[in-house]
Design a binder for this molecule. Structure first.
Ligand SMILES: O=P(O)(O)OC[C@H]1O[C@](O)(CO)[C@@H](O)[C@@H]1O
Length: 347
């Protein structure tokens, strides 16, 4: 039986449990012997979004932190060769050509490299690197959902392990709330999709780690439902971008604390004055009505980055259906192959 994206979305609580139980040992075995002076996070597309969503878990390290797309990494020279560098490379498929090239280059320069991937047969894992395996190898569709979730969590665990920390056992309580979120967000999306299917643009705003969530949420909508969609920092959006919206546009602003909520409320209120549609996903509260977010963690472990994207995953599937598209196919089948961005069989 062919698995659908809706199945993968629903499997995410089980994926989170598997990552929490299986990956810490793999990560311990993959860490370099000596402390790195520089950590470079490398990935593209959904994997770049996951790196952005998890990068705060590396910020407490004494090492300098850099985040690079594979092509930017390949084009750079100099500095990174001198310090003891650790490249952490994420590719959910293990088939992205530029990511493979960047990995080979990092090894050629003598860097320690940890690859995070689900692609057991893919060329990336064969690059003489340490590998952390994401337990999502059956997700062979282009638009990833549980692969993204597994990636963010794996990276958070790696960031913590590099700082000598482990995920608090209380984090396991998150899974229950997360399962409830998957269900409530599904119902919310079923109700909302008919109202949003005519949008000319869906903008997703987020600040801090949720800039990554905003990029990922908007990527799902674009690649499954074919609606122009983009992610922006909420702060950036308030500096001119809102003028590019129309009365047919929809903006969703993520907020994960009081400051972000204040900014999101100001943005949405200003938009409403001009008849522009905007609403808020308050990850610590009760907005939008119907979605039950997992209880906020104190102190934060950043697990809300797993929650923030869930309504967008469902919305992308439902909007595709509303527009007569098959989400697994993406609006322009064969695009990846034409772009030449993947090795092997690409959709
Ligand atoms: O994580 P990977 O497998 O390197 O893929 C990166 C990106 O490539 C695509 O498969 C196609 O661009 C995206 O859906 C994905 O986000």
């Amino acid at each position: 039986m062919t698995m659908k994206i809706s199945d993968f979305i629903a499997q995410q609580p089980a994926t989170v449990e598997k990552v929490l139980s299986d990956l810490p040992l793999q990560i311990e075995a993959a860490l370099p012997e000596s402390e790195p002076e520089r950590v470079i996070l490398i990935g593209t597309g959904s994997s770049m979004n996951a790196l952005l969503a998890a990068s705060d878990s590396f910020s407490g390290l004494p090492a300098e932190l850099a985040l690079r797309s594979p092509l930017t990494f390949l084009a750079e020279t100099g500095e990174r060769r001198v310090a003891k560098s650790l490249a952490i490379v994420l590719s959910q498929s293990g088939n992205s050509s530029d990511t493979i090239a960047a990995t080979k280059q990092a090894r050629k320069e003598g860097m320690d490299v940890i690859v995070v991937t689900a692609g057991r047969e893919a060329p990336l894992a064969a690059c003489d690197v340490k590998v952390v395996w994401l337990p999502v190898e059956d997700e062979t569709v282009g638009p990833k959902t549980k692969g993204y979730t597994a990636s963010v969590l794996a990276l958070r665990l790696i960031g913590m392990a590099l700082s000598g920390k482990t995920m608090p056992t209380a984090a396991r309580g998150f899974v229950e709330g997360y399962a409830q979120l998957i269900e409530t967000a599904r119902i919310w999306s079923t109700n909302m999709a008919p109202k949003l299917a005519g949008a000319d643009v869906i903008a997703v705003l987020g600040q801090g780690r949720h800039y990554g969530s905003a990029l990922e949420g908007s990527l799902k909508v674009a690649e499954m439902a074919g609606i122009p969609s983009f992610g922006l920092e909420t702060e950036e959006a308030s500096h001119g971008r809102l003028h590019g919206l129309t009365k047919k546009s929809v903006t969703i602003a993520l907020a994960s604390n009081a400051d972000e909520l204040d900014l999101a409320r100001r943005v949405v209120a200003a938009m409403a004055h001009y008849g522009l549609t905007g609403f808020i996903f308050d990850l610590t509260g009760k907005e939008p009505e119907g979605i039950v977010w997992p209880a906020s963690e104190e102190p934060t472990t950043g697990l809300d980055t797993l929650s923030a994207v869930v309504p967008f995953q469902w919305l992308a599937v439902d909007l595709a259906a509303e527009r007569g598209l098959v989400p697994e196919d993406m609006p322009y089948p064969g695009m990846t192959k034409r772009l030449g961005i993947k090795v092997g069989e690409a959709v």
